[in-house]
Write a protein that binds this ligand. Structure first.
Ligand code: SF4
Length: 372
């Protein structure tokens, strides 16, 4: 038996090495993607291949202001320039592989990234708002115990191309009014690619969106929060879920190394302009974090910070004991916080019939692929 399993392990090892070689051959053959590059990166591209400096702005214009899909469509570049560019580069847009629609109009799309991994993107229409919720990583390292993406483990950081492509390749792209980084992964654990994405979304040479239309969420990574507050003007949403250290540590392991107190100190010491919104996300778990003691402590720790709390009703995930309190308890919780001077809202549950909990749909797809 032991000999047999030893042989099997050797065969698997050989196969793994062959697969890796093949993957690296494929990635060497693949062209580099232009979509998702900042203006400075495009300038570097033009320099590298000997195109005139002004071509970088023209390329940015085609990529982010006009809806082109191929280098050949960049018609104000000469044919020769387009041919030179196309040797090593491509635009690099790719459509979602599947779509599901909820009875409430919410849609979930799956995109394939990083060699056969799946990420989720949600489209949430609401009166005159149309919000896209993008993923920044495949899987996640943070291990929050109530989250399906956390259960997948970490599979890789998305590039700015893969993050921005969710926005651009969404069928509802032209109707979008807001973007939130609240999909799979911890955005500030992939801070460089996320910051590049924010630059492209807000720069005058990019999409020129107002930063007030963009919200980035975080479990509370102290160092990257400082960076984010300094280098961008977008809204910040911190996942709080409990004001008590010990309890939060059980829900969110990040509390062991990045405490809420440290996060709040960073926010308190930063001058937040009146356009910018700081919010705290709070998933209510029945009998766990929905008591009067929690209300009192939330009011105490958030005292002096201009912020709001968004209460989120828990979307059940397989194998989890957590449940949402009833609507009455949720409303009372919200009103008690409002009475203490903290602007609090309840985020409506959307897409419950299409695996709304983040990470559910991609886990199902991943499992399907494994079973094939
Ligand atoms: S809640 Fe966010 S940070 Fe926590 S495991 Fe899930 S995706 Fe990661």
């Amino acid at each position: 038996m032991r000999v047999e399993s030893g042989r099997k392990a050797k065969v698997n090892k050989k196969q793994e090495t062959r697969n890796k070689k093949q993957e690296s051959r494929i990635s060497k053959m693949q062209k580099e993607r232009l979509y998702g590059k900042t203006l400075n990166e495009l300038i570097a591209v033009t320099k590298r291949i000997g195109l005139p400096g002004f071509a970088a702005r023209q390329i940015a214009d085609w990529l982010y202001k006009k809806e082109i899909k191929s280098i050949d469509d960049m018609t104000n570049l000469s044919k020769k320039m387009r041919e030179t560019l196309a040797v090593d580069y491509e635009v690099g847009l790719f459509p979602p592989v599947s779509e599901s629609e909820s009875t409430d109009g919410t849609k979930k799309y799956l995109f394939k990234v990083l060699n056969n991994k799946y990420i989720e993107t949600a489209f949430i229409p609401d009166k005159d708002r149309a919000t896209i919720c993008v993923s920044s990583q495949s899987g996640c390292k943070m291990g929050c115990i109530f989250c399906m993406t956390g259960k997948q483990g970490f599979q890789g950081n998305l590039t700015s191309n893969e993050i921005l492509n969710q926005f651009r390749s969404l069928p509802e792209f032209s109707s979008l009014t807001n973007i939130v980084f609240m999909g799979m992964g911890e955005p500030l654990d992939n801070v460089n690619e996320v910051m590049k994405t924010l630059e492209i979304l807000t720069a005058e040479w990019g999409y020129a969106w107002s930063p007030t239309r963009i919200t980035v969420s975080t479990v509370g990574l102290v160092g990257p929060i400082k960076d984010f507050l300094e280098k961008s003007r977008c809204h910040l949403a911190v996942s709080l879920h409990s004001p008590f250290d010990e309890e939060r540590r059980k829900l969110m392991p990040i509390q062991k190394t990045n405490t809420v107190k440290e996060v709040l100190d960073v926010i308190r010491n930063f001058e937040i302009n009146s356009q910018r919104r700081i919010s705290f996300e709070y998933i209510l778990f029945k009998g766990i974090n929905d008591t009067p003691l929690h209300i009192k402590e939330l009011a105490r720790i958030l005292n002096g910070i201009k912020c709001r709390i968004n209460i989120i009703r828990f979307h059940p995930i397989p194998g989890s004991e957590f449940v949402s309190p009833d609507l009455g308890t949720t409303i009372n919780f919200k009103e008690a916080l409002n009475a203490k001077g903290i602007l609090t809202t309840i985020r409506s549950s959307r897409g419950v019939d299409i695996q709304a909990a983040c990470g559910l749909l991609s886990t199902l797809e991943q499992n399907k692929t494994i079973l094939k």
